[in-house]
Design a protein around this ligand. Structure first.
Ligand SMILES: [Zn+2]
Length: 272
């Protein structure tokens, strides 16, 4: 027999998973609209090929795509597997955060931040941009969390705000300096402005100690994605292989840090 608490846990996990799938679908749409200059608030969801309005049965995360065989029901045009993949990724991200942090204020903050990271990863993959709106959204989420902590009366909100800002600056300034030097050495832009802003945001959320881990992991992921991307693009020769979006690597590193950042940092601080 399942205990009452484990039943409740399974039920909550299920709810979070469904919420993650639906948010994934919404964030896909949001990212697409941001890069295609459509209003993110107005207008109904439509097929990106034929423009046909989508009904409720076309909008069920993952299932609609599977049932339609990965094609639009109206024009038969192929629908990228990226859509259900993003929905699943969002689901896994939300569930992992819930399992790590439970039903807490911190979990709510990190779920919101993960949503922002997903959107900017999609826009960076498609258009090589990390929209300023996503950076502002991430800062607003962090500020709201600090205010919420203050409202609980724990008395650490001011210290939290101060540490966040200091860490953001401590992380961003050396990266800007390094980027400027790299630009000179390489004779081209090495790191996008959006990437630097995203590292600043990572500093706000995780503190500079955990950011060292994020920077290292993002670099490793960036190199791996770069090699995969380069081997894919070498045939068509259309896209510039030097232009590899770094945002998704930073976002992925932030997600890993949410889950294991603290033990990793205490482990490597313990080495000294
Ligand atoms: Zn269509």
């Amino acid at each position: 027999m399942m205990g009452e608490s484990s039943f409740l846990m399974a039920y909550c996990t299920f709810v979070v998973a469904v919420f993650g799938l639906c948010m994934g679908s919404f964030l896909n749409c949001l990212a697409w609209r941001m890069t295609h200059g459509e209003s993110v608030l107005r207008g109904r969801s439509h097929c990106t090929s034929c423009g046909h309005e989508l009904s409720a049965r076309d909008l069920v995360p993952v299932l609609s795509w599977l049932v339609s065989g990965g094609k639009c029901r109206y024009c038969g045009e192929r629908v990228s597997p990226r859509y259900p993949a993003t929905e699943l990724l969002c689901c896994v991200a939300f569930v992992s955060i819930f399992l790590r942090y439970g039903l807490t204020l911190e979990a709510a903050e990190l779920v919101a931040f993960a949503s922002v990271l997903l959107v900017l990863s999609l826009t960076d993959l498609d258009e090589y941009v990390i929209p300023n709106a996503t950076i502002v959204a991430a800062i607003v989420v962090r500020a709201a969390y600090v205010v919420a902590v203050g409202l609980t009366g724990s008395g650490v909100a001011l210290a939290l705000a101060r540490d966040s800002i200091v860490s953001g600056v401590v992380v961003a300034v050396p990266i800007i300096a390094l980027a400027l030097i790299m630009d000179r050495v390489l004779g081209r832009d090495s790191l996008g402005g959006g990437d630097v802003k995203l590292f600043f945001v990572a500093g706000l959320y995780f503190g500079w100690q955990q950011c060292i881990f994020i920077i290292l992991l993002a670099c490793v992921l960036g190199i791996v994605f770069g090699m995969v991307g380069q081997s894919q693009h070498s045939d068509d020769g259309k896209s510039d292989p030097r232009l590899i979006p770094f945002g998704p690597s930073i976002a992925l590193a932030c997600w890993v840090c949410m889950l294991v950042g603290e033990p990793v940092v205490s482990w490597y601080l313990g080495l000294f």
